[in-house]
Unconditional design. Sequence first.
Length: 455
Amino acid sequence: MKTIIEPFRIKSVEPIHMTTREERREKLKAANYNLFALPSEDVIIDLLTDSGTGAMSSEQWAGIMRGDESYAGSPSFLRFEAAVKHLMPFEHVIPTHQGRAAEAILFSLLGGTGKNIPSNTHFDTTRGNIEAGGARAHDLVIEEGKDPTCLHPFKGNMNLQKLEEFLVEHGDSVPCVMITITNNAGGGQPVSLENIQAVSKIAALHGKPFIIDGCRFAENAFFIKQREDGQAERAIEDIVRDCFSCADGMTMSAKKDGFANIGGWLALNDPDMAELARAKLIQTEGFPTYGGLAGRDLEAIAQGLKEIVDDDYLRYRIRTNEYIIERLDQMGIPVVKPAGGHAVFIDARAWLKHIPPMEYPGQAVAAALYEIGGIRSCEIGTVMFGRQPDGSEVPAAMDLVRLAIPRRTYTQSHADYIVEAFEEVLSIKDSLTGYRIVKEPKLMRHFTCHFEPLK
Ligand SMILES: *Cc1c(COP(=O)(O)O)cnc(C)c1O
């Protein structure tokens, strides 16, 4: 069959609250044009994030009921730990309430003033946690990864030569080498198994622990299976295991490829580091057999990890993104190609050439898409990355708008509605104006800053 269907039936539904364009214009203004400030009930299709917004399966809900809430040694923890170790063979698995808590613990051990931490591209919370401790976060993605139209199959790959040079230049100030799979901030683009293994070798040669930010490990593995030589016949699980068995640790948000609404973990091989991490965990999250989670959450993750590596699910998921991208591309809207794992990315800088980067073309697209279709997306560009640690502001490498697709939540007709909303935005695009920021916090300003449209 040519039609790739949603490989599930719907057992429970959530109504969508419909609004008019006039209502949305008012709501946008009341939110100071920051889509993070909108009540979610005022959104028709919420593509702000794929984080924690997925639909759980009947088996996951069954697990929720099975959850054992014992303070210490809960069987739910043991099931969670076994499910993680089945895919990611690390010695120590430390549950946290979400990914950034794992990052905070990791960088409380490895970060600090004067430290330099390389990755392909650090995600915004990773960067925030590194910088909050006084260290610097460096992005060493390959050049192809910065070109939104380049059809390289693994645009999330690390530039290996740059990594070598970086490690020579920064020497002892580098506490670890990281890589993000898939590369969220760089367009949800995958990293090849070959590249992951090469980074692991380079890190080992320089005596540095290699840490994977594994939030979208299953999507990354599916791309490896589809695109990398010799991988097509392999089980997703086996590819996942290969990715993580060459690392010394990982951080994870279970809100992504854990198929859960909350949760995360830090995993490590080094027993001394794990002991320090657990001490910090007890201080900030909770006892090591629950971290920041309830037993029922650990059950949902344990079951989610079994479902996320399913070929049929991953094929449907990746195909949804490809479909939207193909349609937008046919209309002449610049999109990041090839399709990423969890999201569709619009190149707003290339689309709205009349709005310069410092007037936030991504914000202009996101605001228009909400007003016209009630669709909530997210700017990934100069608003998110423009403010520098020294207080200056520079254009980000790209001005993208991300339509993050929640897992198993929306259907094909929602995808068609999204495409139609873009047709409308296209018809008025030359009349869209830029924005300025009139209020912003010190760190991670995109979450709470206030905008005003420029005339
Ligand atoms: C979401 C995400 C994080 C942070 O995880 P949270 O659960 O949101 O705290 C870190 N890295 C990447 C790549 C992510 O996508």
